[in-house]
Design a protein around this ligand. Sequence first.
Ligand code: SF4
Length: 680
Amino acid sequence: MNGYAGEILRLDLTNRKVSTIPTSKYEQWGGGHGMGSAIFFDLVKDKTIDGFDPANVVTVMTSPLCGTLVPAAGGRTEVQGIGVQSSPIGWFTRSNFGGRFSSQLKYAGWDGVVIEGKADAPVWIDIRNGDVQIRDCAALSLWGTDTRECQQTIWSYVAGNDSYGDWIEPGGRDGGHTTQRPAVLTIGPAGENLSRMGCLIHDAGNAAGQGGFGGVWGSKRLKAISVVGTGGIGIHDPKALLKARLWQKKNYAFKPDDPYPSHGWGKFRGDPYPKTHYAKGRPRSGHRPQACVGCHSGCRGRYENGLGNEAHCTTTAVYPAGKTLDIQRKAPDLLNRYGVNGFEMWRGIECLVGMNSSGAFGPDTGIDCPLDFDDYGSLAFIEQLVKMITYRNDGRGNPSQFGDDLAERFVRAAKKWGILDGDSPDLAKRILLTFPFWGLPVHWEPRIFPDWGFGSVLGDRDINEHDFWYWIDAQLPVEEAVRICTDKMVPFHGDRLMLDHSDDNMYSDHVAKFVSWHRYYTRFYKQSLLFCDDRWPDLLNPRAPGNIGSTGEAEPKFLNAVTGKNFTFLDGIETGRKIWTLDHAIWTLQGRHRDMVHFTDPMYTEPSSDRQPLGMKDGKWEYLKVSRSIDEGRFEEFKTRFYKLQGWDTASGFPTRSTLADIGLGYVADELEAQGKLGA
Ligand code: SF4
């Protein structure tokens, strides 16, 4: 099994038992998400349980590309299970993080970790090659530590206090030595206190933020997983792999002497410098990029003053009101140390400030908010807020119902406080537009971009897949961009109208195909093989001849060089469809019906003109100026078209037996039928 370690680690926390699953049993799913979904389906008998239920199973999975030379694909890890972030149902969901955890896990001999049950006291997992121990936190006083203290304590325990770079012999199955320190994935105090905003942190700033998995781990009394490995990964054709990497880098990546080309589009070629441009006053000097294992193009910053190191994307934007750049950079550090979801916080602060300025808090309202909004923009304000969410108190160590409510997430708190159906309809509208589906925060505008909006509401979370619109300002004729992209979108290739997102075409069969292709591509290539969202897919690329990126050719080239398989790009899309269908079957078993697939009400009444979609106007392609809300009736028609395309029951949205049987999921049909959830 080239590319795979060969075994998946199974941890039963309730009985403190360690066992293994042969990876070959799940190899057909590729890795990562596909394997995680299939394992979850097999192990969780009652899919209607809550995310905090001990019977919830959390998978932490790698891919055959992890720990290899495949660019921007060697360092990611996929996390799945029933989440505690969405509402009204905590969907079976996913998150993903970078760094070196997945490579260490594979070097230790494991393709993934399956976490079951709930420990009787806080524990952490100590993996040294094949030696796996479930250890009590008490001996190291780990419970209660922040994510940095926890990692440092484990590093010292496993590797001693020698300098980084000294040899260690971690022991385990095959012995061996390494200069690496263990890769630790941990929760902070937010997760310990079951905050629904709790996340998983690895190293300084790699976070599995969405889903509330920090809280889920906290409920299992699992503090951390530490892994160090001294082994390697079998590569089918090392020469072909190296050749493919050099080909990809030469033709599609940035050039070190020209990292900032005048045209700022093209994903794989991407800027190797930190994505901290969201912080005000970002200087172009004084920082260096930091990268996940094997990545050609690090996207995180390390700064001279050490603040905000390795924070990424919106986490760096979490506190734009911070009065100084240092405060803005200290804010992500706080989130990462306490283990709080940066994306949720980013949107939540906006709502909190809006609620306060609308007079929602104070003695007259019965909602006692301990925050001093006159101090908004100070370090003390953000620190207090983070601590309130973390400790469910007033952020100063005193009991506070307000803090307890916030730990349940901003939109849940607003609902509990009656703000969503109270006397301030404009405020309620603003909040509901900020959390437009499943109680989750908005990202790219759902009323403008159907891949983002429809893909999210038809799924389990904000898709967070930046695949199509990063090139909106590309200095490239729109028609050419549409042709290049749609030519790659097998099996729907050649249907240019997939990218026509004008009002007329927004709910069409073409867009149903577009949203479907996107779900399939990402489920397999990005979430199962773990090609990084920051650099893949490479659809359009200003470095490449004809601006044609490597996607379609590159992904199977890398997979086949590593595994020796004879996989085509279309094989991956079809596997992605199978994974997407399995996920949908799980949501169906959790209680989803097509009638639930609905945005918040203001999405159907309030127009947005944020950004310009692509589309046809008077027979020509252009970036359209639109101002629109979602047309409720036409969205219902879209759902029917979408379900039909998937082969699901259009009345209920339930998968049908024939569709499931066709893709080898007859056993899933059996379970759906037994639960009365099989489509007609
Ligand atoms: S682009 Fe950034 S997040 Fe993606 S693999 Fe590279 S360093 Fe990691």
